[in-house]
Design a protein around this ligand. Structure first.
Ligand SMILES: [Ca+2]
Ligand SMILES: [Ca+2]
Length: 215
């Protein structure tokens, strides 16, 4: 409302009051501009969500009990794996793996096609609840061509801890490869399995949750 309209409505109004009305208009416009800016920032934030989600590929959060967990063990070893709700990092479930291994044993999940191509991802991450047993265990990656890669971890902490492993720093297994493996010493995709708790000597329990690969 300009001063002509204001004066027409209310008769002659002193300049002091008109000045106050103009100032108020400017403030209202400033508030409107701020609201527009905040709306824009909100839209940008909403648009950014899928981009950050694309930087991470969830391998398993162990919430789906139908996802099979396979275990294997040598004649002198015992391995059990179960979904449980008592000790979790996220959601309602995590995986508990008990091992009493004196020859060989482990637990694995098979990767469905949509989680098997890690092209463009650089880092494998997972949360492990350690028991501070001092034992060593391995994270093994197996390709579709059966070549295997191994990263060794020492169980030297208690409680949850995030393990972060650069894919480029996971060496090819030097102790064993399948006779029919297509060996070239390079981690090729798609992967077949992630064997997240293998060992030749371990006595204890570990919990696993939120396995992912990140860009
Ligand atoms: Ca979980
Ligand atoms: Ca290879």
């Amino acid at each position: 409302m300009d001063s002509f309209q204001f004066n027409s409505c209310f008769g002659h109004v002193p300049e002091q009051i008109l000045k106050g009305v103009r100032t108020m208009n400017i403030r209202i416009k400033k508030i409107a501009s701020l609201a527009s800016l905040l709306a824009c920032i909100s839209v940008i934030a909403l648009v950014s969500v899928p981009v950050s989600a694309g930087n991470s590929l969830l391998i398993s959060d162990f919430e789906d009990s139908k996802q099979p967990i396979n275990t294997y063990a040598g004649g002198n070893s015992t391995v059990t794996a179960e979904y449980q709700t008592a000790i979790v990092h996220s959601g309602k479930q995590a995986l508990k793996v008990f091992q009493k291994v004196s020859d060989w044993g482990g637990a694995l999940i098979e990767l469905p096609a949509e989680k098997a191509d890690w092209t463009g991802f650089t880092t494998l991450k997972m949360w492990i609840y350690g028991g501070k047993s001092g034992g060593k265990f391995n994270i093994d990656l197996e390709e579709l061509g059966r070549e295997q890669f191994r990263y060794t971890i020492t169980d030297d902490w208690s409680g949850w801890k995030e393990i972060s492993i650069k894919l480029s720093e996971i060496p090819v297994r030097s102790d064993w490869q399948a006779s029919d493996a297509k060996k070239n010493g390079k981690l090729d995709f798609p992967l077949k399995t992630i064997q997240f708790f293998t060992s030749s000597s371990f006595n204890g329990t570990l919990f696993f949750d939120d396995i992912s690969v990140e860009k």
